[in-house]
Design a protein around this ligand. Structure first.
Ligand code: SF4
Ligand code: SF4
Length: 390
């Protein structure tokens, strides 16, 4: 009875909603040709962190494509079982990097997810929870609880600015980190103007659940705010970075890899120097979604009293990946445990990264191996600990 009423209410909302938003998603049938490009070469197995543990072909793109091709041919039903395997994916994109056929794995998985979820009660509940009314207000409420100090929407430096930067903070940073304080400290004597409007979520949680209508709503609101004058669009969340770049795939916008940078790139560009009071040993975890990490070694070479020890597989996934960690608890723990062993082998005081979700994954792994020595910090937090910045 409740479900029937909920269904009617949802359908009504959906009619109103769809009349306001252009629906961007293709259907799985549109990917039939793309799916048949898979030669079953198995290169993706070598790259996939999930396959390395499960040895189950259904958990890597080759197997997923075989199932989805069966769906487009009417031989298989897009079932709960297939959805389980769609969810067994970190969305790290490593398989796409290795795929000789150049198949965009994440786009196809997102489409399949959308087709499955739109017909389920769970999908409707998730869509409701991700609606702007619920999701955005929940983020605002959590930010007030966990990060009660007011944010700095527009941080203009003392000197006349030579570089104007648009800061995309991201939801997790709004709640869990103190990036405004760190930025204020790092750039206090700099000539950078930081503009930080209240952006909507980048849309990654919505993409992951195949909620394309909500993704479109978020992306369009953000693209509107990005129509301003600035030199660079900057994040310190690799997941936001890759999602912002993906806007180009779906919408008419101009977010280029040259214009979208990490705070690390800006710090390296400005040649800032950092002096730490006592010697510290650091290691770096490269998030799967981080475009480039060339800034890190440049910054460390400008640090006094900081030694960098590169860990084995520094660019291997941390195992968190948002809802993956919730839906695949044991796999997530196993991947982050392997990561933590590599961190521990460096004997570092700090493991530095540039993605709030990876921070959670790294903490999970270090806790599992009972490592109490190595602290997990964002690049901005680590640099703001310096005694002297010049
Ligand atoms: S995106 Fe990552 S986890 Fe998902 S199938 Fe590809 S390599 Fe595996
Ligand atoms: S690497 Fe690409 S072509 Fe080869 S099996 Fe995987 S998805 Fe298919």
């Amino acid at each position: 009875m409740f479900l029937e009423k909920f269904n009617d209410f949802y359908c009504l909302l959906k009619i109103v909603y769809n009349s306001c938003y252009y629906f961007i998603m293709k259907t799985l049938k549109d990917y039939e040709k793309e799916l048949s490009k898979c030669s079953k070469c198995g290169q993706c197995q070598v790259a996939c962190p999930v396959y390395k543990l499960t040895k189950n072909d259904c958990t890597v793109s080759r197997g997923k494509f075989l199932m989805l091709h069966g769906v487009t041919q009417g031989e298989l039903k897009l079932s709960q079982n297939i959805n389980k395997y769609l969810d067994m994916c970190l969305k790290c994109g490593k398989c796409s990097d290795f795929c000789p056929a150049g198949i965009d794995v994440l786009e196809i998985i997102t489409c399949a997810k959308h087709e499955y979820m739109k017909n389920t009660v769970l999908g409707k509940i998730i869509n409701f929870l991700q609606s702007r009314l619920v999701f955005s207000n929940m983020i605002k409420m959590m930010a007030r609880i966990f990060n009660p100090h007011p944010t700095t929407p527009h941080l203009k430096m003392e000197r006349e600015s030579t570089l104007s930067v648009m800061y995309f903070k991201g939801c997790v940073n709004k709640i869990l980190s103190n990036t405004d304080k760190h930025l204020g400290k790092i750039f206090k004597d700099s000539d950078i103007e930081i503009i930080s409007p209240d952006f909507d979520c980048c849309g990654l949680p919505f993409l992951s659940e195949g909620n394309m209508e909500r993704f479109e709503q978020s992306a369009k609101a953000n693209i509107e705010k990005l129509n301003a004058n600035y030199d660079y669009l900057v994040t310190d969340c690799a997941s936001c970075e890759s999602t912002l770049l993906s806007y180009n795939k779906y919408f008419d916008c101009n977010i280029t890899p040259e214009k979208l940078l990490n705070w690390g790139d800006i710090i390296a560009l400005k040649g800032l120097k950092f002096e730490f009071k006592k010697p510290v040993k650091v290691t770096f975890h490269k998030p799967c979604h981080l475009k480039s990490d060339t800034f890190f070694e440049k910054i460390i070479s400008n640090c006094t009293n900081a030694e960098y020890v590169k860990m084995t597989d520094y660019d291997e996934c941390c195992g968190f990946a948002g809802s993956f960690a919730l839906k695949n608890r044991e796999l997530s723990k196993e991947i982050s445990k392997n990561k933590a062993i590599n961190i521990q082998n460096t004997d570092a005081d700090y493991v530095i990264t540039s993605c709030p979700a990876c921070i959670l994954g790294l903490k999970q792994g270090l806790k599992l191996i009972k490592n109490k020595k190595t602290k997990v910090v964002s690049l901005l937090e680590f640099l703001s600990k310096a005694e002297r910045i010049y």
